[in-house]
Ligand binder design. Structure first.
Ligand code: PLP
Length: 385
């Protein structure tokens, strides 16, 4: 069987063996419901969820009491945006967000526009950066919420969320960041960054799919949110439903491992990322990089090769699991709205690919692709002549 190198770690990641080991007992013998604390099964599960909540909070410098477990980043975002709006008594509500957010944000905003919420969609510059000045200039007296992702899932550009958080703090406006791509990859400190809400999930950081978290600043002290799933009152009433104990335990473990490895992985992946970019640039004529050359998460490369459309690329490189277009929303086969927002033409977009490196890639694999991609592209070019 042909060996395939997994290079789609911005889409999802392989579960870490340490994480899987931590989860297994909660899928087998420790199957108690954490809400059933009248017996040891329930108490054991409840204690495991407590440990995981501490581990998740610790990675982002939050408090134990500020974490709500959900099923995904998407659910966390829905809870934050709809929850804030439903909780607000204002008659007119204005939101500021960006044209390059994940659909998990954009489609919630689109939905709320039907109910009279006004949304401003800011444009990025050509490297994908949203300027804090642009946020400031678009504030209105009825701006309730600013939503800016920490790092983009397609082009990896890191946003100046510290400055934006400071601005929101100064103006007393709530600030939500979608941190699905940044948590565990770059240091994220919710206190230092003045974040009110932060959404992220386990499957991007070598944890299981189906588990997410919403950080809510001073949850419980301030009444910021209205729940979106009603029922048995789990998660302090903000997200009812029996907890996914094994998933949560895995999420906690994944955060603990990330905290331990974040600096080593940051350095290693940054070196690999830049080595790949430099080599492809030098060896393939007509190569262009999408996104910021430096202010980007270490595991993301979005690069285009003039004249090499995605279909030609896929045909040639069946040994590489690489994303063409945004894997997070490639169910719609439209040209990437993110690449379009940074000024790429339709032709450039159709020649762009995303390489997402990760924890389980090896030095040998990186060396392989540095040779394999230029060789394969030369082959395609020869056939096209
Ligand atoms: N936001 C960003 C930036 C993402 O990369 C993703 C990934 O798919 C999501 C949101 C959605 O995450 P989830 O699959 O956990 O709902």
């Amino acid at each position: 069987m042909q060996r395939i190198i997994y290079l789609d770690n911005n889409s999802t990641t392989k579960i870490d063996p340490e994480v899987l080991d931590a989860m297994m007992p909660y899928l087998k013998e420790k199957y108690g419901n954490p809400s059933s604390t009248s017996h040891t099964f329930g108490r054991e599960a409840s204690a495991a969820v407590d440990i995981a909540r501490e581990q998740v909070a610790d990675l982002i410098n939050a408090e134990f009491s500020e974490i709500i477990f959900t099923s995904s980043t998407t659910e966390s975002i829905n809870l934050a945006i709809k929850g804030v709006i439903e909780n607000s008594e204002r008659e007119k509500i204005h939101i500021i967000t960006t044209k390059i957010e994940h659909k998990a944000v954009l489609n919630v905003c689109k939905y709320l526009e039907k109910f009279g919420v006004e949304v401003t969609y800011l444009s990025p510059d050509s490297s994908g950066i949203i300027s804090p000045l642009n946020v400031r200039e678009n504030l209105k007296p009825d701006t309730l919420l600013v939503i800016i992702m920490s790092a983009n899932n397609e082009i990896g550009t890191i946003q100046p969320i510290g400055e934006i958080g400071e601005l929101c703090e100064e103006k007393n406006i709530l600030f939500l960041t979608d941190a699905a791509q940044s948590v565990g990859k770059i240091p994220m400190d919710v206190k230092q960054l003045n974040i009110d809400f932060m959404a992220f999930s386990a499957h991007k950081i070598y944890g299981p799919k189906g588990t997410g978290a919403l950080y809510v600043r001073k949850l419980g002290d301030k009444n910021l949110l209205y729940p979106q799933i009603h029922g048995g009152g789990q998660e302090k009433g903000f997200r009812s439903g029996t907890l996914n104990v094994a998933g949560i335990v895995g999420f906690g473990k994944a955060c603990e491992v990330c905290k331990r490895k974040i600096f080593d992985e940051f350095n290693k992946h940054t070196v690999w990322r830049d080595r790949i970019i430099q080599n492809l640039n030098a060896k393939i004529e007509g190569t262009f990089l999408n996104g910021h050359p430096v202010k980007r998460i270490p595991n993301n490369i979005n690069i285009g090769f003039k004249g090499i459309s995605n279909s030609l690329f896929i045909n040639e490189f069946s040994d590489l699991a690489i994303s063409t277009g945004s894997a997070c929303s490639s169910e719609t086969l439209e040209p990437s709205y993110v690449l379009s927002a940074i000024g790429r033409t339709k032709t450039e977009i159709s020649c762009s690919i995303r390489i997402g490196i990760g924890r389980f890639n090896t030095e040998e694999e990186i060396e392989y692709i540095i040779k394999r991609i230029p060789d394969g592209i030369n082959k395609i070019k020869e056939k096209l002549l």
